[in-house]
Ligand binder design. Structure first.
Ligand code: SF4
Length: 429
């Protein structure tokens, strides 16, 4: 039997698709990328933006036509399947199964035995590692209790569920034995992690401490995403003192205005967020930051937008994911007063991006020259004689070397120039 998986959206969706893939392969099924040859198609959907859902409707049209040509089991899962179960069943009756986020782990059994257990709680799979990859996601929790007013995640992924410490240790130690070089601990809000181990409560920084002896070949431990309201002093100390935890932290700010943060239900203020960033930089040597920023939230004034720009100056990120507010049906912000015109939102975003590109260029130029450890990702696309590598701070290097290298090798690079967003240099012998 051949199967095809189409996955959209966040890293957790990608990790879950990799986990399903590994189970199906392990049970003797064969993966194909060609719908014409597939006996089963799994569409792993995303609901974060309307455009993502529109795209899925288009793909459903394609598979509906394909089903008329040859028999095919079509499964729709993920956040859109959770949010629009009834609509999908009504509007797309040719779909064989609409499977919500809690039951996603049951899909391999459903394909093989045609029966599906209904689960009340999300279930984690044994491993999310994609065979042969030097970098791997390790989901540690699922769901979110925060209900930021613009976000659909709590409605489609449900409440927070933490993976057991034993399961995280098992997966991390297996990856460390298999030669994986980098892991990213994943969750919608990793620092809400809460579990028990040997009779004591385990929070996120404690989990980082517990897994450290099992890391083996893993050089960099990353995590995404932490919520600023739960970023404790203990977590800052663990990052500062643990050599394996990458000194590049993604910490979503969303807005630099306290009033807008309150409307967003972020449970933090401008001052608290910036104070956290300053404390992190003081206590973690060499720390770089990245963030998420949203402009054009309902009723955001010009002054409040300027506060976001000034907060970005104080933060000094080397990377930022910037977007404008896009109302999401089913969230509180969807019907808020003061929705801004599209052209105002676009203008605000354009200036934010232009300033950030300048800022990150300045920060990176000021770092030169320097030496850094990085993981080879392959050959440079522009110059076959050069290699490409990714460093601790999520920065890319194009470098020369007299040695043969392959993806996953750890190298030390002397960087002496910046080209666009990429450092250039040579391997330090
Ligand atoms: S913390 Fe807020 S933005 Fe993040 S997943 Fe939860 S509700 Fe969404």
């Amino acid at each position: 039997m051949r199967y095809l998986i189409e996955s959209y959206g966040c890293q957790l969706n990608m990790a879950e698709a990799d986990a399903m893939d590994a189970i199906l392969k392990g049970r003797g099924l064969e993966r194909t990328e060609d719908g014409e040859k597939a006996d089963v198609v799994i569409i792993n959907t995303c609901s974060v933006r309307k455009t993502a859902e529109n795209r899925i409707w288009g793909r459903l049209g394609y598979y509906s036509a394909l089903k008329k040509k040859h028999p095919l089991k079509l499964i729709v899962t993920g956040c859109m399947a959770e949010r629009m179960k009834d609509e999908l069943r009504k509007e797309a009756p040719f779909v064989d199964a609409v499977i919500g986020t809690n039951e996603k782990a049951e899909i391999p059994d459903y394909i093989i035995s045609d029966s599906l257990d209904h689960l009340e709680r999300y279930r984690f799979l044994p491993s999310y590692h994609k065979d042969g990859e030097w970098s791997s996601y390790v989901p540690i929790m699922n769901g979110c209790n925060n209900f930021c007013s613009y976000c659909i995640v709590p409605y489609v992924r449900g409440r927070e569920v933490s993976r057991s410490v034993e399961d995280v240790i098992n997966e991390v130690s297996r990856l460390g034995r298999e030669g994986v070089k980098e892991i990213t601990l994943l969750g919608q809000n990793v620092n809400s992690y809460s579990s028990e181990y040997n009779g004591r409560h385990v929070d996120f920084p404690t989990l980082l401490e517990i897994i450290t002896p099992y890391l083996g070949s893993i050089a960099f431990v990353r995590f995404e995403s932490p919520h600023p309201k739960d970023f404790s002093d203990h977590l800052i100390s663990v990052i500062a003192e643990n050599d394996r935890v990458a000194k590049h932290i993604h910490i979503p700010m969303q807005s630099g205005s306290t009033r807008i943060l309150q409307l967003m239900n972020r449970k933090t203020t401008r001052e608290q967020f910036l104070d956290l960033a300053v404390r992190m930089k003081e206590r973690i040597p060499g720390l770089t930051l990245s963030t998420d920023v949203m402009v054009g939230f309902p009723s955001e004034s010009e002054e409040e937008y300027e506060e976001t720009l000034s907060a970005m100056d104080i933060l000094g990120c080397t990377e930022a994911f910037m977007y404008y507010f896009n109302p999401r049906e089913g969230t509180k912000a969807w019907s808020m007063d003061g929705q801004l015109d599209e052209d105002v939102k676009i203008k605000r975003l354009e200036r934010l991006i232009a300033e950030q590109l300048e800022r990150q260029k300045r920060i990176k130029e000021a770092m030169l020259p320097f030496r850094a450890m990085a993981i080879v990702t392959g050959r440079s696309r522009d110059d076959e004689d050069m290699f490409l590598a990714r460093g601790e701070h999520n920065d890319y290097f194009v470098f020369s070397s007299d040695l043969p290298h392959e993806a996953g090798d750890i190298v030390t690079i002397s960087a002496d120039a910046l080209s666009g967003n990429t450092f250039r240099g040579s391997e330090y012998a």
